[in-house]
Design a protein around this ligand. Structure first.
Ligand code: CP3
Length: 345
């Protein structure tokens, strides 16, 4: 196990005091950066993920350009679905597509298992290269999709607003849902443990679309599987548990597991943390749209979030969701500097 300190980010994950509030940003490697667009001119998205040397370079771009306090592996939550044989594609403009969506109990039961070292070894290769290049300047975060968000792509076949097919499936075929979610939980845990073995120093569970569910549905159809996955992740490595639109689910997400709960921008950080309990760390939660405004507005909004956290150990600054591709890179760099300046203690 690598030693936890002296990284401010790792200290904050474990609610230990840090000399400043650490900051990293979801989608910090991405299309808002000219360096990233230059790489995408040479590689398709999946091809970029599968070329460890290039994926490692993209992982490092925001570390060099922005001075963030953690790197996040360049990959995608949907990569685990490709070796399941469902026909994953990233189409330009349209986002991800699953060519053969899972719509029957038989199809759900036929999924997996996966030997992650064989199916996703290229990701572990990228992790190793990034660790080497970082030379302990900042820690590296690995990540995976949580079972519900992965299942929603499998069933819907692509992005969705209402998740009606998924909600119908989990009710109509509860046993097949259980089988599929158990398979996805086990793949996720193996995949994260593989990233940790390769050098990831923290991991984030993206349950991005779970906010579509009622608390009762979360309890019944999601929590057991997210708990199962989190419970299987190697001890000692901090786990961040994140979703969007989860204001009504946060206590249940905390119960499902994680050292850090990710908050989106729809909730007030200070009061939400108090309700959730200060026995868990929080990450967030600037509205990514604020980065489209002026640097003065960015400063004000960042200050408000830092005031909400009140210097308490256990806050990691982030956006409430990923950076929009229209964002000026100078504004992102300014945010990182502002958070460091305002929080330095
Ligand atoms: O955060 C990072 O910098 C690390 C890399 C990362 C990507 N995707 C790269 C990516 C991470 C952590 C993800 C997670 C991810 N992928 C999630 C969870 C986070 C979230 O946004 O809620 C989800 C739901 C996906 C699935 C996915 N991948 C979608 C919906 C899309 C299309 C999005 C869009 O804006 O077009 C992708 C593609 C993707 N993944 C891109 C990047 C940089 C853009 C693809 C491109 O370069 O054309």
């Amino acid at each position: 196990m690598p030693p936890a300190g002296p990284f401010a980010f790792i200290e904050a994950c474990f609610r230990r005091p840090a000399p400043f509030t650490p900051i990293w940003l979801m989608r910090q490697a991405g299309r808002y950066m000219a360096e990233y667009r230059a790489m995408r001119a040479r590689f398709g998205f999946l091809e970029l993920c599968k070329t460890p040397e290039a994926a490692a370079e993209v992982t490092l771009q925001p570390v060099e350009r922005l001075g963030v306090d953690a790197a996040i592996l360049f990959a995608d939550i949907l990569l685990v679905l490709e070796p399941l044989g469902v026909g994953l594609e990233f189409t330009r403009g349209d986002g991800p597509r699953i060519g053969r969506p899972v719509r029957t109990a038989a199809a759900a039961r036929a999924l997996g298992p996966l030997v992650v070292e064989d199916a996703l070894g290229y990701v572990f290769d990228t992790v190793g290269r990034v660790r080497k290049a970082l030379a302990d300047r900042v820690p590296l975060i690995g990540f995976a999709g949580a079972p519900f968000t992965l299942a929603s792509y499998l069933v819907e076949g692509g992005p969705s607003r209402e998740f009606l097919l998924t909600k119908r499936f989990m009710r109509a075929e509860p046993q097949a849902w259980e089988a599929m979610m158990t398979t996805l939980a086990d793949i996720t845990a193996d995949y994260l443990n593989g990233q940790i073995s390769a050098g990831a120093q923290a991991v984030q569970f993206f349950d991005s679309w779970v906010g579509a569910l009622s608390p009762d549905d979360y309890r019944r159809y999601v929590q057991p599987y997210t708990s199962r996955a989190i419970g299987k992740v190697r001890r000692g490595v901090p786990i961040i548990h994140f979703g969007v639109g989860t204001g009504g689910l946060l206590p249940l997400m905390k119960a499902a597991g994680g050292d850090v709960i990710g908050l989106d921008w729809r909730v007030d950080l200070g009061s939400t943390w108090a309700q959730l309990g200060h026995d868990v760390a929080v990450q967030g939660n600037l509205d990514p749209a604020v980065l489209l405004g002026s640097v003065d507005e960015i400063r004000q909004a960042a200050r408000q979030i830092l005031d909400g956290a009140a210097g308490r150990p256990g806050h990691i600054f982030n956006l409430g969701h990923g950076i929009h591709k229209e964002t000026p890179v100078e504004h992102v760099a300014a945010l990182v500097d502002i958070v460091h300046e305002l929080s330095s203690r």
